[in-house]
Design a protein around this ligand. Structure first.
Ligand SMILES: Cc1cc2nc3c(=O)[nH]c(=O)nc-3n(C[C@H](O)[C@H](O)[C@H](O)COP(=O)(O)OP(=O)(O)OC[C@H]3O[C@@H](n4cnc5c(N)ncnc54)[C@H](O)[C@@H]3O)c2cc1C
Length: 443
């Protein structure tokens, strides 16, 4: 009997992604435009799908694999984030990023697995994406932030992770601004130019992987053990599918499933001139996250730009409005001005948003959702390291391999279901508002 899974939401432009815009023009895209057959199809060309397709090809070199992406690889969420490959606990729904000792240790194991995998690919292929193993600063602006950092430091001590404290003068020496009153440095975080990384991962895939871009899957029809994927102008037939569509899986079949498409927003300045670079001082490149998870993330890039990220908005429609973008830009401008009063004339050149895929219990979807259909969905705000790991591991699982990490992902909780809309909309938006309000000075 035939059954069908329909895709209800597709990526929208959601502003102008500065990481993508500051790269050279991409090679032309090849879209699905006829009827084809592959052994495997990976849906979604974000970090999870790119790692899944690569791992499949590594482990099953004789198999034919299609990686299909609705937009351009590097232009969507995986290429529009702040570029932190976070190794340590990073529960953004908590007050201080930590959970229990066991959960924290398991997170670190998984996240480092993902980071090591992608780093090895970057090194092996010489992917130019400004990959840096320079660590990150968690900075605070007041006593409340210092207390949150102290709590985070206690959590790190409990799981045996290293960190260093920086006082006000020491963090000012790094950032050039006197805005922060202290920071905690953790060495294991890597950072990248995310759009460059995604493009590089796609262009260095083994030759058994065929990449299709500008090719949104509209639906998957099951005919016995065969699946037929339909596109605007073509079809792909396959026996096995891996879904790596993160937030776009929130409304599969029109039914809410506990996955919450929560947008966050970023802006990037133009390139600073030598005079502005001198006025700012500090190190040429650094990466900083706020003591309060709802505060402002800042990166100074080696290219002479500064990137700021803050603000969250629940958008089940999976697109943001011009008003959302205008609000985000004005919040970013305010955050930038408070931190960098010496850079009054440095404008924000690009502003954009992208959907995270959160759940109220940190749950995610990993495993087999039906005959021959696998999924690795639900980044919970940490898609670079967790998506790398879960993409690699879903390929291993789909090929019948098991390991402690595969079992860890299979045993994680499913996203907790929410009340029906519009109650869910009001509850999630109110929770975000309260958390942002309490983040206050960290914004
Ligand atoms: C501003 C911002 C800052 C962030 N900062 C960080 C950070 O510093 N570190 C971090 O770890 N995370 C960060 N994130 C989150 C991170 O970007 C995501 O967790 C990550 O992109 C998830 O990767 P993914 O591959 O699972 O999903 P995605 O990147 O969302 O990829 C899913 C892909 O599926 C495609 N797709 C969807 N539907 C279809 C369809 N029907 N057919 C074909 N293709 C489809 C989409 O176009 C998309 O490319 C940030 C996010 C934003 C928006």
């Amino acid at each position: 009997m035939a059954s069908k899974l329909e895709f209800m939401r597709f990526p929208a432009p959601d502003g102008v992604n500065g990481w993508w815009e500051s790269l050279p023009p991409p090679a032309p895209a090849e879209a699905v435009s006829s009827e084809r057959r592959y052994d495997w199809v990976v849906i979604g060309g974000g970090i999870t799908g790119l790692c899944a397709a690569r791992r499949l090809a590594e482990l099953a070199p004789e198999a034919s694999i299609a990686l299909v992406e609705a937009d351009r690889i590097g232009r969507t969420t995986a290429g529009r984030n702040s570029g932190f490959f976070v190794d340590l606990p990073h529960d953004i729904s908590s007050e201080s990023y930590s959970r229990s000792v066991e959960a924290d240790k398991a997170d670190v194991r998984l996240q480092r697995h993902g980071i090591d995998y992608v780093r090895s690919v970057v090194r092996q292929h010489g992917i130019e994406c400004d990959w840096r193993d320079d660590g990150k600063f968690h900075a605070s602006v007041n006593k409340k932030g210092q207390a949150a950092l102290a709590q985070f430091a206690e959590g790190l001590t409990r799981i045996g992770e290293a960190f260093d404290w920086l006082d006000e003068a020491a963090i000012a020496k790094v950032t050039g601004t006197g805005f922060y009153c202290g920071a905690l440095f953790t060495p294991g975080c890597s950072t990248v130019q995310p759009a460059a990384l995604m493009r590089g991962l796609a262009s260095t895939l083994p030759s058994s992987v065929k990449v299709f871009e500008l090719s949104a899957v509209k639906g998957i029809e099951h005919r016995g053990d065969t699946k037929v994927l339909s596109f605007a102008s073509g079809k792909i037939t396959t026996k096995r599918v891996i879904l790596c569509t993160n937030a776009y899986a929130a409304t599969f079949g029109g039914h809410p499933n506990g996955l919450l498409p929560v947008y966050t927003f970023a802006s990037m300045t133009r390139v600073m001139n030598p005079d502005e670079v001198m006025k700012l001082g500090g190190a040429r490149s650094w990466a900083l996250i706020p003591a309060d998870p709802m505060g402002t993330t800042v990166r100074r890039l080696i290219t002479g730009r500064i990137c700021v990220r803050n603000h969250f908005a629940f958008r089940p429609s999976l697109e943001v409005s011009e008003a959302d973008l205008a609000k985000a830009k004005s919040l970013h401008q305010r955050s930038f001005d408070r931190r960098f009063p010496m850079l009054k004339n440095v404008e924000l050149e690009y502003t954009w948003g992208g959907p995270l895929c959160l759940s109220t219990n940190n749950g995610a979807l990993f495993g087999q959702r039906g005959d021959g259909v696998f999924e690795a969905v639900g980044c919970n705000g940490l898609g670079l390291s967790r998506g790398s790991a879960s993409g690699k591991l879903i390929a291993e699982y789909a090929l019948g391999q098991s390991s402690d990490l595969v079992r860890q992902l299979l045993n994680q909780p499913h996203p907790r279901s929410l009340p029906v809309r519009p109650i869910a909309d009001v509850a999630v938006s109110a929770a975000i508002w309260v958390k942002e309000f309490t983040a206050g000075a960290e914004l």
